[in-house]
Design a protein around this ligand. Structure first.
Ligand code: URP
Ligand code: ZN
Ligand code: ZN
Length: 487
């Protein structure tokens, strides 16, 4: 009998901390050996001149999810996970969205039914909470945490999703108590609505006004408020899709102060600008996302934040709505900006974009790339060290990258269920060529080898970070922000 089911030979292995030349021996879906000249594999892959990296963990993507406007994403768990796999990912954590009036156990059942028969990758969900009732806080959320769903998202904007600051505090405390991580979409709802009303009244309806109606100040105010709320109850908080320098500085400063505040950013804020919203006709709708695209100066600032460690995560925020009546144009062929579905696709490109423009252009190291696309997500979302690294005992979730492979981005070459990519025409160098999930080769030679539904639900561990213990929020007089007893 062969010593290993699979050996990956001769590659340069990188983790979030180290880069070294090593073979990788895989048995029963896990990494069991790292060493020079391993022998005895039932299957062997030649990885000479290639990088062998942990499979990416895409922890911000919207798959088979109804949006705030009711539109359904174009990708289901099959096309979404296949597209993610072609982009070098081996785990996805999309959202399970509670819409008002829905009980959380029903929401989770719906998403299990959607994901289990289709996903080719291992998966979990973050729960979007829109109605933190007593039953939700005291029964449903604790049950979800027990089932291994240890993170969730709240919205500070969108009339149909928004929670008040008081509700936000309730959720932060419930999460703290059960060892979960709260994520927040931080934009000031009132500022946006105030702008939208005035712009539409003046007849300013084209896509470019989407960015104007979501000013930087709206994000900055909301990130600041969210940071204060989380600090007040000493709860960890992840600010997702940060798009501004000033917003990122709030995250960086809070971290300097010792707060458990984390930041995520996305490729669209690095490679596109609000100028893209000016494309002719309704084309600008393709570039409509929230927070909106910004300017070149912001792109440079965000690179600096990425280099300096402000952001722990670089996620796609894949929110695919086709450029037709099922998605972007559901309100007609030339919809006003406030009726265009928000979001854009990118699950297949987030890692190649960062590899090409970040690693290959010398902006970040390969180890930073691994941390931003895999290891940090595994740590923050309770999957490490099973996922997100290359180590003895870890799942053999690997992506083999050809660092010199050049390809042009086209919508036709993507594997999602979309009819456009906002990154069309970009020339990228460095692509994943072989993807392995739990020891099984799922992408090779440009072809999918995975069976529909092979992905497994991942029961995640509670959120953990040095210097923080889950449990009731601290007595008010024992924490730096407080002066009386909280609970
Ligand atoms: O515009 C975006 N980002 N749509 C997806 C939903 C969200 O808020 O992340
Ligand atoms: Zn969001
Ligand atoms: Zn999102």
């Amino acid at each position: 009998m062969a010593a290993f089911d699979l050996i990956i030979k001769g590659g340069v292995v990188s983790t979030a901390s180290d880069t070294f030349k090593s073979d990788i021996g895989v048995k029963d879906g896990r990494i069991v050996a790292l060493g020079e000249s391993l022998d005895g594999g039932a299957q062997e892959i030649d990885a000479r001149d290639k990088h062998v990296l942990p499979g990416g963990i895409e922890s911000h993507c919207h798959i088979e999810q109804e949006s705030a406007t009711g539109a359904m994403t174009s990708d289901d768990y099959y096309t979404g996970s296949v597209s993610a796999a072609f982009g070098g990912n081996t785990t996805i954590i999309p959202f399970a969205a509670q819409h008002r009036g829905e009980r959380i156990p029903d929401v989770l059942r719906t998403y299990h039914d959607r994901a289990a028969p289709k996903s080719v990758l291992d998966y979990s969900y973050h729960l979007i909470v829109t109605e933190p009732t007593e039953a939700a806080l005291n029964e449903d959320l604790p049950r979800a945490f027990e089932e291994g769903i240890t993170s969730f998202k709240v919205f500070m904007t969108y009339d149909k999703m928004i929670v008040s600051d008081e509700m936000f505090l309730d959720i932060l405390v419930a999460a703290r108590e059960h060892g979960a991580l709260t994520m927040v979409h931080a934009e000031n709802n009132a500022m946006i609505k105030w702008m939208v009303k005035r712009l539409i009244a003046k007849g300013h309806t084209s896509a470019r006004y989407h960015a104007i109606s979501h000013p930087e100040a709206s994000e900055v105010e909301a990130i600041g408020r969210a940071a204060h709320l989380a600090g007040f109850v000493d709860a960890p908080l992840l600010i997702v899709h940060v798009s501004t320098d000033a917003g990122a500085r709030i995250v960086a400063n809070a971290r300097l102060e010792g707060q458990k505040l984390f930041g995520e950013t996305c490729p669209q804020y690095f490679f596109l600008t609000r100028g893209d919203l000016d494309r002719p006709g309704a084309e600008g709708a393709k570039f409509c996302c929230s927070p909106p695209l910004r300017d070149e100066a912001t792109q440079q600032a965000l690179w600096r934040h990425l280099q300096a460690g402000t952001f722990q995560l670089f996620s796609s925020d894949h929110a695919p709505y086709r450029f037709d009546e099922s998605g972007k144009l559901s309100a007609g062929p030339n919809p006003p900006f406030n009726r265009m579905a928000n979001g854009m696709p990118g699950i297949e490109l987030r890692a190649p974009l960062l590899f090409s423009e970040g690693v290959n252009k010398g902006r970040i190291t390969l180890n930073q790339f691994v941390a931003l696309t895999a290891t940090n997500a595994a740590k923050m979302f309770g999957l490490h060290p099973k996922k997100g690294t290359i180590a003895i005992g870890a799942d053999a979730d690997l992506a083999i990258w050809d660092p010199g492979l050049e390809r042009e981005v086209t919508a036709a070459s993507m594997h999602d269920n979309m009819d456009y990519t906002p990154f069309e025409g970009m020339q990228l160098t460095g692509w994943p060529v072989t993807v392995i999930s739990r020891g099984e080769v799922i992408i090779e030679g440009g072809e999918l080898k995975a069976e529909r539904g092979r992905g497994r639900f991942l029961k995640r561990a509670p959120f953990a970070v040095v210097g923080y213990e889950a449990g009731p929020a601290p007595e008010l007089d024992s924490a730096r922000n407080f002066g009386a007893t909280l609970l």
